[in-house]
Design a protein around this ligand. Sequence first.
Ligand SMILES: [Zn+2]
Ligand SMILES: [Zn+2]
Length: 296
Amino acid sequence: MLGRRQEIGSEMNQELEEIRPKSKARLMDLVQKAGVDVSDWANYKKGPKHAASNPKYCYEWSFVQPGKVVVLNLWFGVMQQEKFGITSSFNMRKLGDDCKRKSRKAMWTTRAYKMDEAIQEAAKNSLLIRVIVCDGSIRGLSDPDQKASSVRNRMLDPKPWSITKYDVQTGEYTLTRGGAIHSQYVDQFEDQIENAETPERVDRTGSVFKRDQKIRQLAMERANGLCEYCGKPGFKLADGRVFLETHHIIPLSAKGPDVIANVAALCPNHHREAHHGVNAEVIRGKLSAKKGVSIL
Ligand SMILES: [Zn+2]
Ligand SMILES: [Zn+2]
């Protein structure tokens, strides 16, 4: 992992360094700052003065304020600097299963499953994700029999994070710092994001066309999951999001503008047809009429 970070270069490591926690704030304070109601922490036999060390909460890995925010403790040491930003990938459900099988630490099983559920809830309801970055000694995550981890420093990342991948079947996830938009719709360029490439495409003449992610996203929101040519729904991915392809009615290569009126969300079939079909011109005409784009 270190090799990979060096490869990407020092400029990018700066973003990672920016969120390396330098001091140890109290977990309760950070959870509260992130927008979670912590009043029940004071509901503790040692009294409200010791609220912050209420064992019902202070060892938890995740916190949920229903309908609002999910707060996750993530290890700085396992964050990855990708070209497009910082990510953290793991599988809490699998950790829960492993702990359950191998270990007598029942609490780890509970906490791991709870964190998996929190991530699932955030994915389903597009909740805001706030991350408490933890630094210290991490116990081997694959070996639940090792001694417990200890947090040396922690801080609340001022930037929210988002779920860029969650596999409902397995529990595998990737969280990304900032940037990505929460959406129930996904298009063909999302793959490039997952493959750590910038959302650009090189055409046959070698020129690079940039596509604005926000424009594509807006077009997909407008399409509401339905192909804007045939009206049929796009297909569902394993994580529940709906797939459609975004298409420039007047191609970028023909100086078509990268604006929402020039972008249609199409089912994969009609996207291919719009490019290669004998009916390509007809499709372009119909889409243009719909979106008010004049053909150049
Ligand atoms: Zn269609
Ligand atoms: Zn296209």
